[in-house]
Write a protein that binds this ligand. Structure first.
Ligand code: GLN
Length: 231
């Protein structure tokens, strides 16, 4: 059913970037999470097997990976933006997201207005990076880009940077794991995640949207939401 040249007909190749809890992360050698379960539903619908292609987020968010044929679909907590709708085929929304300001436990930073002169970690190519850049002058901090959320967590732990701005649900999940960080300020950006396909792959885009419609209707979506995100 899939017209992509990035895999044979029995394989659904999925571009993602980990760790991005609770949407995609490693459990041992397995990729798990909300996005991964939804991709499983899509693969079942298409009678295909999921094959994960892990790449940097920048190549996913810019559309370059998809349009180079690296994978059939991107599942990466990917916010729907006008730019991305131009570069790729974006599905309907399946998750409402915001940003958050996070600091190491014990930091005196209590909000954006305390960031003057500090270094703020962001993930390269993300909407968090865009937000941080747009507000850097206003609050007087310096955005510092990292390739993965894992790299950001390491730098924040070791004092390499003072704070981070990235997706709220991911920070909440990472903090819930017992990492020594504090979420000091949710930043409401009213984003929506979607799945992305190659710009001209209308066939697969229709299947993704139909998979989501069905999951919304038959309760599967609600079940998975509860499983990975909670109330
Ligand atoms: N939702 C953000 C974006 O699309 C971050 C996604 C991510 O880091 N995986 O830019």
């Amino acid at each position: 059913a899939c017209t992509s040249d990035s895999g044979d007909d029995s394989t659904l190749t999925v571009c993602t970037n980990v760790p991005f809890e609770p949407f995609e992360y490693m459990d041992g050698s397995e990729y798990v999470g909300f996005d991964m379960d939804l991709m499983q539903l899509l693969a079942e619908r298409l009678d295909q097997t999921v094959e994960i292609v892990e790449i940097d987020f920048d190549s996913i968010g810019s559309g370059s990976a998809l349009n180079a044929g690296t994978c059939d679909i991107a599942a990466a907590g990917l916010t729907i933006t006008e730019e991305r709708q131009e570069a790729m085929g974006m599905s309907q929304a399946y998750y409402r997201a915001d940003q958050a300001l996070v600091v190491p436990a014990g930091s005196s930073v209590a909000g954006l207005e305390d960031l003057s002169g500090l270094q703020v970690a962001v993930q390269s190519g993300t909407t968090g990076e865009t937000y941080a850049e747009e507000h850097a002058q206003e609050y007087g901090y310096e955005p510092v880009a990292f390739e993965t959320m894992g790299d950001i967590a390491s730098s924040l732990s070791s004092g390499g940077v003072d704070a981070s701005i990235a997706d709220l649900a991911t920070w909440s999940a990472m903090i819930g794991d017992g990492t020594d960080f504090t979420l000091v300020q949710p930043i409401e950006t009213a984003e929506h995640y979607g799945f992305a396909v190659q710009k001209d792959n209308k066939e697969l885009l229709d299947e993704v949207n139909a998979m989501l419609d069905q999951a919304f209707e038959d309760g599967t979506y609600a079940e998975l939401y509860e499983k990975w995100i909670g109330e």
